[in-house]
Design a protein around this ligand. Structure first.
Ligand SMILES: Nc1ncnc2c1ncn2[C@@H]1O[C@H](COP(=O)(O)OP(=O)(O)OP(=O)(O)O)[C@@H](O)[C@H]1O
Ligand SMILES: [Mg+2]
Length: 483
């Protein structure tokens, strides 16, 4: 329950409402009592003065003892909750009307009496209750005689036993009970309404949290255990995840853009060189047509043709790479024996092999599982690897092709007897347009062959690796899924 924002809001609200209800009930009980005291004191404000007016004081200002006893007696009969006290100028109790033995104080404070006697006092004014030391009560008071300061005071306690606890008030007072009931009912009603309102208000947030965590963020199942916290926490987490991902994608885009620019500049450079050479030779031919001998003319044409071939190869490879990179690229998978495919490729390269005097030697294990892949693409990869091996082989050297299978994969190893790969070239070997120092010096190749092999391996869920064989020469291993 406390996992959701709604649950937390509801719990907080409940606590606040219970606190508010307690406070209101307390205020209610206290206020009613206070009001009662005030009304009582206001009603009986002149009681002490009126009693004095009953002939309590003689002409000399002295208190008449017998009249006092009459008044005391009358008061006990009319209203036993009222007690009358005669005080001296220091507040000492001289006589009183309460039942004997009940009065426990000898002297009471005159400060509240003076406040009470001041013009326009703020009622209720609470004074000492002689029967209950420490307790304060409403009273009426008046000075006896005209002397200033007066020699005696008449002090009338109005509500001797009026105090109640909250539970007593609830038990006995209908007004209190009604008011408290209304407060509680209102609190419950408002609480209920607020809970419904919260539920409605947080519903959209809940939906948003679910929506955002769904397709845009990782699904909660993939993120492991249910994330801690409420919807807002989850939204925050998802938001963070999204920003990181956007950041990563932006960086990837930036990287791709960089790569694209590099590629375009590489491509234009690689296209420009053979094109310029071809153009130069053809123009020379055109200009000096008559002055050139047959052999020279033939040589010029030969150079132009080889440049055109190079341009053709470059554009084909570029086109192939673009096709392999396309997101909609689909493999036409089938099961076929890899060894036979390699044999076909060797057959195709026979003329070139004979030209450089390089042999290709096979080792085919008896039970090699067929490969599951796109025949055309795998042929292309094998051809690129073989061409490289032949190109880097010394004259009269041999290229060894071996196969093995393990763990649902078929491996093809192509090893030559060439100089191998300089260690610092390994990291870039499979990158587009990367050509090793030797290849660049000889002006051969485009640097796209191995990039194409790697892309084809990736598309098949396989891989290609390069290493130098301990006995010399480079060895490339192409790994493809078995059927
Ligand atoms: N068998 C090998 N022995 C030594 N170095 C090699 C071998 N195969 C490739 N390399 C190095 O890797 C570089 C990249 O090879 P890649 O096949 O991609 O390009 P290329 O052969 O130069 O050009 P292309 O294959 O496009 O005609 C080569 O320039 C060469 O330096
Ligand atoms: Mg190559």
């Amino acid at each position: 329950m406390l996992r959701t924002l709604y649950g937390r809001m509801a719990a907080a609200l409940l606590v606040l409402f219970v606190a508010l209800a307690c406070f209101l009930v307390g205020v209610q009980v206290w206020g009613t009592q206070r009001f009662q005291l005030e009304a009582n004191q206001r009603l009986n404000r002149d009681l002490a003065a009126n009693l004095i007016g009953q002939g309590l004081v003689g002409p000399g200002g002295e208190v008449r003892g017998e009249t006092l006893q009459d008044v005391f007696h009358a008061m006990m009969v009319v209203n036993p909750s009222i007690e009358v006290y005669l005080l001296d100028a220091q507040g000492r109790i001289l006589t009183y009307s309460a039942p004997p033995g009940r009065v426990q104080m000898e002297r009471i404070s005159l400060d509240p009496v003076r406040v009470f006697l001041a013009p326009d006092p703020m009622l209720p004014v609470l004074g000492d209750d002689p029967r209950h030391p420490g307790r304060r009560t409403v009273f009426s008071a008046a000075p006896v005689g005209a002397a200033d300061p007066p020699a005696n005071y008449l002090y009338v306690v109005l509500a001797g036993e009026q105090y109640q606890t909250a539970s007593e008030a609830l038990r006995t007072s209908q007004v209190t009970r009604l008011a408290v009931g209304l407060v509680l009912a209102a609190a419950v009603a408002v609480l209920f309404a607020a809970l419904v309102l919260f539920s409605l208000l947080t519903r959209r947030l809940r939906r948003l949290a679910v929506d955002v965590a769904g397709p845009a963020g990782e699904p909660p199942a993939a993120a492991g255990a249910q994330p801690a916290g409420d919807e807002v926490d989850r939204l925050e987490a998802t938001f963070r995840r999204l920003t990181t991902r956007i950041q990563q994608q932006l960086e990837a885009l930036r990287g791709a853009d960089e790569e694209r620019r590099r590629l375009v500049s590489n491509i234009s450079h690689d296209l420009k060189t053979p094109l310029a050479s071809m153009q130069g030779h053809l123009e020379t031919l055109l200009l000096k047509e008559d002055k050139l001998g047959v052999d020279e003319r033939r040589q010029y044409l030969q150079t132009a043709v080889s440049n055109a071939q190079r341009l053709g190869r470059l554009t084909t490879e570029l086109f192939d790479l673009a096709r392999l990179d396309a997101p909609e690229m689909r493999l036409e998978r089938e099961a076929f024996p890899l060894a036979e495919l390699v044999q076909d490729v060797v057959q195709k390269l026979r003329v070139a092999l004979e030209q450089v005097g390089v042999e290709v030697a096979f080792q085919v294990p008896s039970a090699l599982p067929p490969v599951d892949g796109d025949l055309g693409l795998v042929e292309r990869a094998v051809e690129n690897l073989l061409t490289n091996a032949v190109r880097h082989s010394p004259e009269g050297g041999a290229v060894q092709v071996a196969f093995d299978a393990a763990g649902g994969r078929v491996r093809l190893r192509v090893r030559d007897q060439g100089p191998g790969i300089p260690p610092d070239e390994f990291p870039q070997l499979f990158e587009r347009f990367y050509r090793g120092g030797r290849s660049r010096a000889r002006g051969e190749g485009t640097g796209l062959g191995l990039a194409i092999v790697r892309r084809i391996a990736e598309l098949h869920g396989g891989r290609v690796t390069a290493a130098n064989h301990p006995e010399g020469g480079a060895e490339f291993v192409l790994e493809l899924p078995a059927a």
